[in-house]
Design a protein around this ligand. Sequence first.
Ligand code: SF4
Length: 423
Amino acid sequence: MADVLLISYPPAQKPKDMQSPCPPLDACIIASMLETGGHTVAVYDVAVEESPLDKILASERPSIVGLAVPSAALQPAERDLAIIRSVLPGAKVVLTGQHVTGDPSITSGMGVDYGVRGFPCAGFTRLSEFIMQGIGSLEEIEGLVRHAGNKITLSNSKHAESEKIPFPAWHLLDIKRYNYFPIAGSLGCPFRCDYCRSTGPFYPWRDDYLPRPPADIVAEIKQGASLGISTFDFIDGVFTHDRKWVNDLCGLLEEECPKARWACSTRPDKANLEILKAMKKAGCVQVSMGVESGCERVRRANGRDITDRTIRQAFQDCRKAGLNARATAIIGLPGETSSEIEDTLAFISELRPAHAGFYPAILVPGSKLLDRAIKEGIMPRDAWTLYMQGRMQIPIYLPEGITREEISNYLKDAHSNFYNIPL
Ligand code: SF4
């Protein structure tokens, strides 16, 4: 039996045997805070769980069910909500995760009882205490979303301790099922790329960058090692934004966690040979960098003012430092033509990354790109609610004259050409 069951959804729905699942960081951080408050918690990771949800609900009988849902998983989450309501009609259902953080109105479209925004989501614990023990008031809960019909009320409360990230409750998972574990080095992002969440990827009420103390990160990695975890993936948007912080962290990792292996993501204009070499010495094996478009004009027009030369240099430096470079590209940014999409694919090949990921321009909630698509009249305001209800495909941007089918073909070709997989 658990007081709270946290259900976590992977960002992309793939067959279970095709994915290398990422353990649910947000759910395990919330679980850790709840356990510190004396609550019993269970985590159900949709990516790996084999028991059907109704069985788990019937055996755990939680008073609160939390749904940690990224945008692409709204459809299965909505289907599961019907199961939760039928097995446990009295349970309160709380939506959390990336989607509700950028689009609080989804709480009413989905019909959950509450939403809690942000990462690391300290408001979830306060809400649980309010629901189960009547402690505090709803107005004091940071990041809370309430709805009555279509009227949404957002809480303005802020608490200093809400930026503190506890050790995730990895012990609630079957650790053997995962190859690596996510870790946060910093919160927020100082940049504003049009296709990303306008207030940084994680934290809706801070629009700046907040690195965690290196000692806290090292302590988390050591605790992970005591559970047999040795491979980590930093979830930061721009890991190398503050070079002094990176140097301090790498020095500590080298000294105290020589066996840890890790990957991270950064911007090409924030990487240089010296910092990449320091990262390699501290256990880094892979750096992912967003190239996004092969055309400088398209990048600049989408809030990403990074030159081709800088990108070439960053990929070359990665190789020189002995790191695997991973390139990501977005196919179909505003203003892009078919021939510029071809340029993107050629540019990625020229950079010779060890891995590459190709994505459509998803209209992420809270992004300038979604606002633009709504203003241009090519996307309805309630696009994500319609997507959740299965009434439209996932919202992506389509540049003038390019169809959804063409984007999908470019993505398939790009992936199969890069990895030499026959179609
Ligand atoms: S894409 Fe990266 S650099 Fe740009 S705003 Fe998002 S996290 Fe920041």
